[in-house]
Design a protein around this ligand. Sequence first.
Ligand code: SF4
Length: 717
Amino acid sequence: MAETRSTCPYCGVGCGVIIESEGAQISGVRGDPDHPANFGRLCTKGSTLHLTATPEVLQTRRLLTPQWRPQRGGAMQPLGWSDATARIADKLDAIRAEHGPDAIAFYISGQLLTEDYHAFNKLARGLVGTNNIDSNSRLCMSSAVVGYKQSLGADAPPCSYEDLNHADCVFITGANPAWAHPVLFRRLEDARAARPDMKLVVVDPRRTESAEFADLHLQIAPGTDVALCLGMLHACIWEEWLDRDFIAAHTEGFAALKDLVRGMPPREAARICGIALDDLMQAAQWFARSPATLSLYCQGLNQSSSGTAKNTALINLHLATGQIGRAGAGPFSLTGQPNAMGGREAGGMATLLPGHRDPGSAAHRDEIARLWGVPALPETPGKTAVELFEAAARGEIKALWIACTNPAQSMPDQALVRRALERCELVILQEAFADTATAAYADLLLPAATWGEKEGTVTNSERRISRVRAAVPPPGQARPDWQIVCDVAQQLEARWRPGQPSLFAHTGSEALWLEHREATRGRDLDISGLSYALLDAQGPQQWPFPEGATKGTARLYQDGHFATANGRARFIAKPYQPAADKPDARYPLVLNTGRMRDQWHGMSRSGVVGRLFSHEGTPALRMSPQDLPRRGLSDGDLVRVRSRRGELVLPLLADEGIKPAQAYVAMHWGQEFVSGRSAQGQALLGINAATQSAYCPDSKQPELKFSSVSVERLELP
Ligand code: SF4
């Protein structure tokens, strides 16, 4: 039996795993005791990873050969790799010639490795000549990116997991780490056991498993986070709980924020949030007066039409109370996906360039063009996820290349997404798992290698870069994602840059990583001192790790110097705005979505493991028991959930953790489990038939967690 050290491919905690294999078969997995993210622990998902690679799964659930669909609506047919890449190159060439480079778009994934991101980005921007490259990370953390940049000057979470051991107050808001980041939550439980005086505040519209563990649960009305933070800041000003020395020495913009906060006294904030004034005051006091306060936050802040305002409102609190740049203190955004951070570093999104550069800056575009050896990068702004599918639905995007994600399940407003996929002339889906909802819309299916089969790196929530290693070869004809990209790119180079040396002649993932590394040199995330060899010898490392450094950086801004032009952090004064999809008499309930403990995203991977359904095996709409009698409903009814976009049919479950006038459904349930239809009567599948695509104006992140709905008993014939 062989053992290979690698990283879990599920969540952003980024746990180290040891893969056990016999020949070409993965036979087991256990936590890596030496990995600094988990020290040997794994959650239910991580500890069953080997069951996603059994011979049966490989034969029945994996995509093993390239396939193409000669006719829309017809069956797929296998074809060889050289035919597949030539067919793609011919079609992309024709589309670019007729419609221009912006008729081509790429929709990729926070589950790709950094090397894959680099290859896709270079293909889109450096060769095709479009900024139309975005990622499903748009759905989970783009508000955190913009929040950090606006407030602190760079997209850099300043904290480490180790800060849990130093925090006196942990403020969890818009996150349920007990289920979504389980190994990190175990670290919090340990830290709390060691420091019994630690205060834990959880802000969540639902009484989650994380909230059950808290000293104080602020069960705010959905979407009212900004009002809460403004009210808490008002309390801090009124009670003189500010760190005025820190504000004077290290920040700017406090006067404008103070003016805004004047209009949100704690009593008014508590009224908007639907919580007790005393609870708001207690939370403000613990946040400000504890020696060190660490906040942990995720989709509850990010997936919102005011996602950036929610992020900056929380960071304002940290700056005003000096709770940043010290052990145990700081605003710590948790990433959902295993390599959302790596995608940000590689600039694999419409609004980013490699090395935390800005595609709107001519100087930044020139720097990357020089590094890649191309004449120039495109200027026209790229389309973000929702914009991209909207443009495709209008017929402006002709070719869409999707990798390692399932937008026909995971994007909001499925009626729009499916119209978009149908309207594209060419849909390429590069995937490890066959039969995702998106595969039904693909003209070409490209089999990708996945966890346990490919080499590269990922970065977790605490800026820690870990190696991902292949324990076995990919099954069938599956190939690493970066290699598929490079193969097609070389076909395109033969058409577009004949006779010139190839920019994509990489023979391994390390060559791509070295190019990526060069793009970080001298930037805030500088990793010029890292190498595969160093990661192999010394284990995972946190950035920045510039050339000459002997170790990574656990904590940022300890000297009070921030990444803004003048070194001062900025207070951002954004008012509270209600969510976009207003409840009314027809749609009186607010539908929230979130994660289950044992499933991952659209279940492409976790759904192949039978035992992961033992915790929750069927979808359900959860509502407050108080709401049921007055709406003529009973626990166990089959109900129709209607939004302005579509409707779903689900069993109803009474849940004491949900407040009246709200409803909740887990985000994972797709076409196998939930039937529905669009407002126009088109059959739609999965819970995102009902969700909405309104997005934050700054981050373009859609508001998946707030949809106005009605719920009625389904009368069976
Ligand atoms: Fe994997 Fe996240 Fe579980 Fe760790 S906590 S084992 S990274 S799913």
